[in-house]
Design a binder for this molecule. Structure first.
Ligand code: UDP
Length: 342
């Protein structure tokens, strides 16, 4: 059966891939976004409501106009390093903003939510593959803000019967260039886009943040998961919530880690470009290794990721970065770099 879903943060990277997934399967999609880091051009499926989670009146208008079966909440500040330098906006947006959203849902009798959380709630992990029961001990304000919101959901299940699925993403990556969506941050901090932009001769020189970690090659190890596989998990979560009351949590990753150096080497083979980089000091807030156990998501939700190898993930991102749409903040730099090459 089809349903009506409010995608908060649907103009952003992961939210736009969610909208594509749901719309393609006949669901009605409405996007709520303040366009602070998202883009109007990425809202290609469904209506856009421009509103901010920090503005309860705007939220009230969004919920008064239409009946939603469930909410998906992707609105967040999500940069580890920035959260260390500027914690207040992280707590106001991710904590207070989430609380405002939950209150608006309660006022309008919307009782199901899929919430985007993060591997950053675990801090420095104490086991190899991180499962859902691994102790939560965030080492940066971003992770701390997400952990607080996870707690809201558990408390709300108990007090108000709110149904929720929290999905803790490891490292979201990849794009769907054939659908005109991908990662398009004005200020890009993530590894794969920075590596690919360096391959294109765009952006600042690539820096590897630390090569003295306790890992095989000294660089940080992360678990990269394609945004379309994340979207699949959210769609499965909708069905699961309809059957099961309570607050549920799943980790989403590929159960395989790649070091920063391995990402650079794979990108070099995908692009055919030898990618120059400098080794820089460690970035504040980065744990050495984050690799998921997603056994629970596979078993309970029936999640079957399709993008399990690093190469196709990077290849999809490469096709996106090579030919960005005009609304992407990288479109101008791109035209410029091509002109330079020609
Ligand atoms: N990283 C890097 N250079 C960059 C961007 C990231 O060396 O230009 C490293 C970063 O320190 C971390 C890993 O790549 O160890 C993944 O960082 P990213 O920001 O992509 O994701 P995060 O794990 O912080 O969510």
């Amino acid at each position: 059966s089809t349903s009506s879903i409010l995608i908060c943060g649907g103009a952003g990277y992961i939210g736009s891939h969610m909208a594509q997934w749901l719309a393609e399967r006949g669901h009605t999609v409405t996007v709520l976004d303040n366009l602070s880091t998202g883009h109007r051009g990425a809202v290609r499926w469904g209506r856009l409501i421009e509103a901010d989670l920090m503005d309860p009146a705007g939220l009230k208008r969004a919920f008064s106009g239409q009946r939603f079966d469930a909410v998906m909440h992707f609105c967040a500040r999500s940069l580890v390093g920035e959260s260390v330098a500027e914690p207040y906006p992280y707590y106001s947006n991710n904590v207070t903003g989430t609380l405002n959203l939950l209150e608006a849902m309660r006022d309008h009798n919307v009782s199901q939510i899929v919430f985007s959380s993060t591997a950053a709630v675990f801090g420095n992990p104490i086991s190899e593959a991180i499962d859902e029961e691994h102790p939560r001990s965030p080492i940066n304000p971003y992770g701390a803000s997400k952990l607080m919101a996870e707690r809201f959901l558990a408390d709300a299940a108990h007090a108000y019967g709110l149904r929720s699925v929290t999905l803790r993403y490891f490292n979201a990556a990849g794009a769907l260039p054939e659908h005109g969506i991908g990662e398009a941050h004005a200020c890009e901090t993530h590894l794969i886009p920075n590596v690919l932009r360096a391959a294109l001769g765009q952006g600042p020189a690539l820096k590897v943040f630390g090569n003295d970690y306790d890992t095989a090659d000294g660089t940080c190890v992360r678990d990269y998961v394609h945004v379309q596989d994340l979207a699949q998990a959210h769609a499965l979560a909708l069905g699961f919530m309809a059957r099961e009351a309570g607050a549920h949590t799943f980790n989403l990753g590929n159960a395989q880690g790649f070091s920063v150096q391995e990402v650079i080497a794979t990108a070099a083979s995908v692009t055919g470009v030898q990618i120059p980089y400098d080794v820089a000091p460690r970035r504040a807030g980065d744990p050495a290794r984050l690799v998921a156990s997603s056994e629970k998501a596979r078993r309970v939700l029936g999640w079957t990721p399709q993008w399990t190898a690093l190469e196709p993930i990077i290849e999809s991102a490469w096709r996106w970065h090579r030919d960005p749409p005009s609304w992407s903040p990288h479109a101008h730099a791109h035209a410029h770099a091509l002109g330079h090459i020609a």
